[in-house]
Design a protein around this ligand. Structure first.
Ligand code: RP5
Length: 168
């Protein structure tokens, strides 16, 4: 198996069903990735090590997903020079608003590129990773362009089906 180019870290195994959306995208684009569970608060030393070792083993960017007081992405960003994409998890008493604010509201100096809450955010994290990697990979860029074109075709097909169904 190829060495991972993207590292997906999540705070808990309860985040895994949501983060499968990122894995599905990376798999479909042929981007090698690794998924790990490591918590900013339950296993802080291990999380710091994972983040600081990543670049040295060929990882080019990190996707970090956590819920509630979601400091995982920020902690990871502080431990690496690699770009970090954050995905706030939904659920909890505040339905993911806590995780959204915690992930997006990084003080100036240590950015986290924050996606939407939940599955849409996980999917977009995978796509955003592909976009970043495609800057230096023409074959990946071509695949991404085809993906966008296919989306547009599907919208046209749905509209055509709607028009056909409503025709008197
Ligand atoms: C965060 O707390 C995790 O990222 C997860 O979204 C949330 C709840 O974790 P569990 O109690 O389900 O393990 O650290």
């Amino acid at each position: 198996m190829s060495e991972p180019v993207v590292l997906i870290v999540m705070g808990s195994d309860s985040d895994l069903p949501t983060m499968e959306a990122a894995a599905t995208i990376l798999t479909s684009f042929g981007v090698p990735f690794e998924m790990r569970i490591s918590s900013a608060h339950r296993s802080p030393k291990r999380t710091a090590q994972l983040a600081s070792d990543a670049a040295g083993r060929g990882v080019q960017l990190i996707i970090a997903a956590a819920g509630m007081a979601a400091h995982l992405a920020g902690v990871i960003a502080a431990e690496t020079l690699l770009p970090v994409i954050g995905v706030p998890m939904g659920g909890g008493a505040l339905s993911g608003m806590d995780a959204l604010y915690a992930t997006v509201q990084m003080p100036g100096g240590i950015p986290v590129a924050t996606m939407a809450i939940g599955t849409a955010g996980a999917k977009n994290a995978g796509l955003f990773a592909v976009q970043i990697l495609s800057l230096a990979d023409p074959a990946l860029r071509a695949k991404f362009a085809a993906y966008r074109e296919q989306m547009a075709v599907e919208v046209e097909q749905k509209d055509a089906a709607l028009q056909a169904a409503r025709r008197p």
